[in-house]
Design a protein around this ligand. Structure first.
Ligand code: FAD
Length: 443
């Protein structure tokens, strides 16, 4: 009698758990999920709210604890130290080796270190997982001053966390604007000003040079590239994340920056898949980067890996790019292609509220007028509407005419689509029609 196929998943994040859930929906296979970080899947994106006291850990668990036994998904809390592909087994830090028939590597990312002198001091931390949060909690109790290095999304989250506890924060950004590699200059300025309004000491063109320690090995100051010394008792490093693949060294599974996969998430070793933050596409889909470290792509990878394992192969063909974040009180959304600098042959239009921290940028192809993407700050647009405009190559004039259809800010929020239309016509000379009449039929 043939035993049931055993699928083992390393990592209980969004990618691994989505795969596990969909394998269960599509098969009767035995499923084991291993993670060293936590017993259960939790929403990593909401980590900051634990520190800020706005949520408790159990609020971050999307599934009740009974969900796993009920769905016959075995959970193992341990670290995988080695993958032996010949023997088809995993070597764990504490437990017995686990054999597999098919393996999914969904090991996520880890925070990147900068290699600065003194960086190994106690009270120097990045922010990625629960263990980091515990370390940050312990290192920031009763401190007077913190420095965060790195101007990206997690840097702002960490600054907001520290600020919520009344700890003054200096945020060091090497570039001349906030997240300047991603945001066009006007958006970068708006976010930078917003951070300053929240009393974050934001320093552009400022690099970290050295971390100074006290006799106990704790941070006592940092020194910037200009030689300025900033006294502080905590240093947060938020200069990006990298695929978490060190434990795969010597396994024979081909890696570069991440685990190399094809469009079916197959690695170089038969029966071994990789998904989520830890992967690098051999051939990135059009318009995408080789490594994508966001929640939504991890979920999509998990779904497709499950289909492939359940014998219904489906290649990764992602729709338009989407990302969202929050900079203190300002929500950010991007749909499609909105580069930091305008490519040749493209055009863009930027609108900003004269007093509030709200802005919108539309991007299109100059000649064809095809809509390519939108940046939103402090305004929320519907994903399905924006995606449809992008996929169907809607002309920019039509998009501006229909903008109100995308807005899903609550009813009591002011809406600015009429001002935006007027400014668009004035700036671009393109003709925009009035709002299309709609007839509602109740019945
Ligand atoms: C603070 C923070 C805020 C974020 N906010 C957003 C956001 O607003 N929007 C967004 O799109 N993305 C956001 N992200 C990124 C998003 O959380 C990740 O893209 C996503 O969680 C990656 O999912 P994953 O399943 O690939 O990996 P992970 O969630 O990292 O899960 C992998 C798991 O595998 C475990 N693991 C790794 N190696 C081993 C091993 N050898 N043995 C056992 N277990 C192992 C890890 O400990 C981890 O628990 C944020 C990330 C952070 C850190």
């Amino acid at each position: 009698m043939r035993l049931m196929k055993h699928v083992v998943i390393i990592g209980n994040g969004i990618a691994g758990i989505t795969a596990a859930r969909h394998i269960r929906k599509g098969s009767d296979y035995r499923i084991t999920v291993i993670s060293g970080e936590s017993d259960h899947f939790y929403s990593r994106t909401a980590l900051m709210y634990l520190y800020m006291g706005q949520m408790e850990y159990h609020h971050l668990k999307p599934y009740e604890d009974w969900f796993w036994p009920k769905n016959r998904i075995e959970l193992v809390k341990d670290w995988v130290e080695k993958v032996e592909v010949e023997q088809q087994q995993l070597i764990l830090r504490n437990g017995e080796p686990i054999p597999y028939d098919e393996l999914i590597i969904a090991a996520g990312s880890r925070w990147r270190r900068g290699g600065w002198p003194g960086e190994g001091a106690k009270s120097v931390h990045g922010l990625y997982g629960l263990q980091d949060l515990e370390a940050i909690e312990a290192s920031t109790a009763g401190i007077e001053k913190a420095v965060v290095v790195g101007g990206g999304l997690i840097g702002v989250e960490l600054a907001e966390m520290l600020h919520s506890r009344g700890i003054p924060v200096s945020l060091l950004v090497r570039e001349k604007g906030y997240w300047a590699s991603v945001l066009p200059p006007e958006e970068a300025t708006l976010v930078g000003e917003h951070l300053k309004k929240h009393h974050i000491d934001l320093r552009f063109n400022t690099s970290l040079e050295e971390v100074q320690q006290d006799a106990a090995g704790r941070v006592q100051a940092i020194v910037t590239g200009d030689g300025e010394k900033i006294a502080c008792q905590f240093l947060g490093i938020t200069i990006g994340v990298e695929p978490n693949i060190a434990f795969l060294q010597g396994s024979g599974i081909e890696t570069d920056k991440g685990v190399l996969v094809d469009e079916y998430f197959r690695t170089s070793v038969r029966g071994v898949y990789a998904i989520g933050d830890c992967v690098q596409y051999r051939k990135p889909p059009p318009g995408r980067k080789p490594v994508e470290q966001v929640w939504y792509t991890g979920r999509e990878h998990g779904l497709l890996a499950a289909k492939n394992i359940c014998g219904k192969p489906a290649a990764y063909k992602p729709g338009p790019w989407f990302n969202s974040a929050k900079f203190f009180d300002v929500e950010y959304q991007v749909y499609g292609d909105v580069p930091a600098r305008l490519p040749e042959g493209w055009d863009w239009f930027y609108w900003q509220h004269p007093r509030k921290d709200q802005a919108l940028r539309l991007v299109w192809e100059q000649e064809s007028g095809k809509f390519r993407g939108v940046n939103l700050l402090g305004i929320r647009y519907r994903q399905e509407v924006c995606e449809q405009w992008i996929i169907s190559g809607t002309k920019i004039e039509e998009v501006v005419t229909q903008l109100h259809q995308a807005n899903f800010d609550p009813e009591f929020h002011n809406k600015y689509e009429e001002e935006i239309k007027t400014a668009f016509t004035e700036q671009t000379g393109r003709t925009v029609h009035g709002r299309k009449k709609r007839w509602w039929v109740f019945g």
